[in-house]
Design a protein around this ligand. Structure first.
Ligand code: FES
Length: 297
């Protein structure tokens, strides 16, 4: 072992366990799966939302779910399984009631993401990739959540929790365990992972507008836009004060003033280096051999 071997952090590997026949899919679920397939010109485009819907019923991508998707879309179970095992948002083992994600990618890491993950692991008593014994929480180390402006971030059922600290994370887990109502600072009230999966499948729960659509750090750049240029639904950001020019050094100021005062010198006309066209090229000297022949005659 050199210490540089590749290590993956994915909790699961291998295919969907087709021998596990437990499922909650019922007639309503099959109807909703068919409805999703009918929303797309190419039905197989619906596979991703269909797998989210399977997870909302079964808490994982179940064998029955794979077979249902394959049958409705007219593709093979292997093709469905190939998609379900490619994306990390699809679970082959049941997730907890609340699925916790802690970002430890570069920016969150330097802002304390690893310390947050350590604190969550200690609080839950499980490592990333595992589920607590009571089934209340599953934990995942996640890659960048596109919320770097609020690093380090933590997700609960895919709702953001910004600028986390080990203390804030521990308090959040206590509140969730106690069944308290928790709201994301930039999103909806936290429900459960399976309910969130249903929303991801394309069946809204009416909570989309509960929180602000963006926070001040994401809106900072909009301060320079005129009201008509701000996308609808986004609150106007505070206008930024114009930047002050840094004061130049005295020597640099004097040089700049001198340069300004002196008119720019015109470049001297180029000298023509080529010979004038009128001059004819010199004739080559007669060959010596020819001259010698003439002498012999
Ligand atoms: S690095 Fe964590 S959200 Fe981007």
């Amino acid at each position: 072992m050199s210490g540089h071997e590749f290590q993956h952090h994915f909790a699961e590997s291998g295919g969907v366990d087709l021998s596990d026949r437990a499922t909650n899919l019922n007639e309503k679920a099959y109807g909703e799966l068919r409805e999703l397939a009918s929303r797309y010109p190419q039905p197989r485009s619906a596979l991703l939302p269909m797998l989210h819907l399977v997870q909302s019923y079964d808490g994982r991508v179940s064998a029955a779910g794979v077979e249902a998707c394959a049958e409705i879309l007219g593709i093979s179970a292997a093709q469905v399984s190939g998609v379900a095992t490619f994306y990390t948002m699809y679970h082959r083992k049941p997730a907890g009631k609340h699925h916790i994600g802690v970002c430890t990618t570069a920016l969150c890491a330097v802002m304390g993401g690893d310390a947050v993950l350590d604190a969550v692991e200690a609080k839950l008593g499980v490592s990333a990739g595992a589920v607590t014994a009571d089934g209340k929480f599953s934990l995942e180390r996640v890659e960048c959540n596109a919320a770097c402006d609020f690093a380090p971030v933590m997700m609960v059922n895919w709702e953001y929790f910004d600028q986390m600290t080990p203390q804030k994370a521990a308090q959040l887990l206590d509140d969730l365990a106690a069944g308290k109502q928790v709201q994301s600072p930039r999103g909806a009230t936290v429900t459960s992972w399976q309910e969130a999966e249903r929303v991801l499948a394309g069946f809204p729960d009416g909570r989309a507008d509960e929180g602000p659509s963006a926070g001040p750090a994401s809106l900072a750049g909009l301060g320079d836009l005129k009201p008509g240029e701000i996308p609808t639904g986004v609150p106007a950001a505070k206008k930024r004060a114009p930047r002050k020019k840094p004061a130049a050094e005295p020597a640099a100021q004097a040089t700049a003033a001198a340069v300004k005062a002196e008119p720019a010198a015109k470049p001297a006309p180029r000298k023509r280096t080529a010979a004038p066209k009128a001059e004819t090229a010199a004739k080559p000297a007669p060959r010596k051999r020819a001259a010698k022949k003439q002498e012999e005659k």
